[in-house]
Each structure stands twice: as structure tokens, then as C-alpha cells.
Write a protein that binds this ligand. Sequence first.
Ligand code: NDP
Ligand code: GDR
Length: 373
Amino acid sequence: MVKKALITGITGQDGSYLAEFLLEKGYEVHGIKRRASSFNTQRVDHIYQDPHIENSNFKLHYGDLTDSSNLTRILKEVQPDEVYNLAAQSHVAVSFEAPEYTADVVAMGTLRLLEAIRFLGMEKKTRFYQASTSELFGLVQEIPQKETTPFHPRSPYAVAKMYAYWIVVNYREAYGMYACNGILFNHESPRRGETFVTRKITRGLANIAQGLEKCLFMGNIDSLRDWGHARDYVKMQWMMLQNDVADDFVIATGVQYSVREFITLAAAELGLTLAFEGKGAEEKAVVVKIEGDKAPALKVGDIIMQVDPRYFRPAEVETLLGDPNKAKEKLGWVPETTLQEMVQEMVEYDLVQARQHALLKTHGYSVAVSTEQ
Ligand code: NDP
Ligand code: GDR
């Protein structure tokens, strides 16, 4: 029997990698996508199948985590063996601007899905994966953070994810559902949303190197994160649902870098050596050396990064470092990609895009390079 998976958030970074992974494993993959006024399936277009094809093993359904009747209908129709709940308003800074919507999608959305599974009598058949987060640790109580570290969420997003975490545990305990939390630390890729810090840096610096933008405006660059590659992390999402017993796992690399170090590494991939000058809200990065031909628009002395307090958060999570030992011991999972390899992959991808835009621009075509940060 072919296994069926239903992925919410399939059009996002993780959803696209997970869909690829499950298709390779022979699954029939169903995804929920939101109605938008323009195409929003770029990340899964390469695996899209014409719905007219008989026996298509990749199907998209219109839906939204704020709509329980729609979720119930899709679950009833698909009858999935595994549900991966990845959909979220996932931007921490945006959650301060839209706290109620964030709570509705992230907290209530998770409850709606679990309750729909129970209502349909599928709680003993369907396994459930919840995209939990290191943001739960927030104001950290212990370094490194592991499954037993107390939570102290620091944003409307993290507080909503905390409800989702506990409602998953509750449905497991109350109804015997196979439901797991993957407490994932930050994970990135060339498919990362453009306003998360890593992609903002790789894309912004590539654009600056090609003369499409002048300067990167950043928030708290002292912030410390444990960054892994999304491709490695979706594998673990699947592994968690193949275990004998449902359990919760921290997924991390166990290595920590600052945002400033990430900027330095990304600049180095473009042949740039930077010097950081000033402190706090006055800090800037100046180009002090240029090697190779990846940054034709720059010269020594250019300021290419400036801190802008506009990007400081009302409450910050200063430091996150995960302990992935439980995942290693119980499931045999280890991250495969180093930060340096990931930075290289992301910069290379963004440089190709930037070169293409720069070429169009020199030939007189107007290119809309969004500089939204
Ligand atoms: P993305 O922001 O890239 O993707 C989020 C997905 O959720 C998109 O497909 C989005 O659709 C969809 N979505 C948003 N709102 C709704 C809604 N109301 N109804 C249905 N779908 C909706 O996130 P990631 O792929 O990076 O992360 C996946 C999950 O993992 C998220 O839940 C995130 O909070 C969590 N997480 C992520 C980490 C990371 O470092 N990436 C770390 C820990 C947890 P659309 O494309 O239309 O916007
Ligand atoms: P985070 O990721 O908040 O950890 O949430 P993000 O990349 O947005 O920020 C990481 C750190 O970088 C600092 N920072 C900036 N962040 C952004 N976005 N833009 C900036 O200009 C900037 N300058 C500094 C932030 O303040 C923060 O400290 C991500 C999301 O994917 C969540 O959904 C997920 O749950 C967590 O990771 C784990």
C-alpha cells in the first residue's frame, strides 16, 4: 500500500523539501495551499504534476488553517497516514505586528487539525508531526537547550507555538494519538523566505555585489543562533513519525554563530573582507579587501551593512544553542551540512539571481528587485 502524507505549509521552505523527500520515498503527497492573488507555488513548481494525469502522486488542495470545515473535508478526502503540520505565520518580528492572526493560525490552527482528526475517528490511524520551535526556549534557562529545558517564549509567535506544543502532548496523552513535536532550531536554505536573517544577508549582499542595492540594514547582529540546513531537518521530521513510540525531539546542530559571523562568512563567499566599526545601533561593516570577480560593483571603503534600530524586536531571543543528542541516540539522526557549506550554497544561488537581474538592467530592462527587509 502506498503511504499518504498531508502537508500543511507545503508552499513554504520546509514543505517543499519535505514533499520532495516523501515523493522519493514513494509516498502519495497531498499539500494544503492558500488562495493568493498571485502564484505562490514557486517552491514546489518543479514537482507539480498535472492533475489530469491519472495516478498523480502529488496533489494540492486549497485550504487554510483558520478554516476547520475545510481542514475536516480535506482530511476526510485524503485519509492520510501521516500529517505534517508546517503551516504558520512563521516570522517572529511580524508576530508582534499581527499577534491575533499569528495565534489563530499557529495555536488554534494546530488544535483545529488535531480535533478534525479526532472528529473523523482517525486518531488511531493518522500520525501527526507538529513543527515546534527553539523559540519556545526564548529567554534561555539552560545552555545548551534540550527536550527537558523549561520554556520561556518571548514573542506572540513563540507563545502561540507553546500552546501548539502542549495541545499536541495533550492529544497524545488523552486520546493515544501518535503525535510528536519536533523542536527545531533555525534551519535555512536557498528557499528560505527573503526576510529571515540568513536569506536577507545572502540575497542582500549578492544584490549589493552586483550593484542592485547599496546597503544592508540589519537589526541585532549580536544575536546567536544554531543554524542547520532545511534539507537535513525535514528528514528528521519523517524519522520522528517512523518510530515505535511518539516522542518529542530537539533538532539542532549543536554549533552556534552570531548574525555578525554569518555576515562575515557570506561576504567571504563573494570575495569580500569586512571590518566592523562602531557599536550597537551605530555599527557598520566596511569593505577592506576584494578578491575575485563576484563583486564588480564594489570598491574598498564602501559601507555595505549598517545597523538600523527599526529591526530591533520588542523582546529579543539573544542566544539559542541546541543539544541534538536525543535525536542522535534514539533515531540515529545527525545533521549533514555544515554552516559553511550552507552559506556557500545560499550565496551561490542568490548570486545567480543577482547576476541575471544586473544583466537585464544593463540591457535596459527595468527589474523590480524587492528591497523589502
Ligand atoms: P515558511 O514561512 O517558509 O512557510 C510557512 C507555510 O505556511 C507557507 O506554506 C505558508 O503559505 C503557510 N501558511 C501560512 N499561513 C497559513 C494559513 N493561515 N493557512 C495555511 N497555510 C498557511 O516556514 P518554514 O518552512 O521555514 O517553517 C515551517 C514550519 O516550521 C513553520 O510552522 C515554522 O513556524 C516552523 N519552524 C521553522 C523553523 C525554521 O528555522 N525554518 C524552525 C522551527 C520551527 P504561503 O506560502 O501562502 O505563505
Ligand atoms: P528567528 O529568525 O526569529 O530566530 O525565527 P530570523 O532569521 O528572523 O532572526 C534570527 C535572529 O537574527 C536577528 N536579526 C534579524 N532578523 C531578521 N529577520 N531581519 C534582520 O534584519 C535582523 N537583524 C538581526 C533577529 O533579531 C534574531 O535574533 C526563525 C523562524 O523561522 C521561526 O519560525 C522559527 O521558529 C525560529 O527561527 C526557530
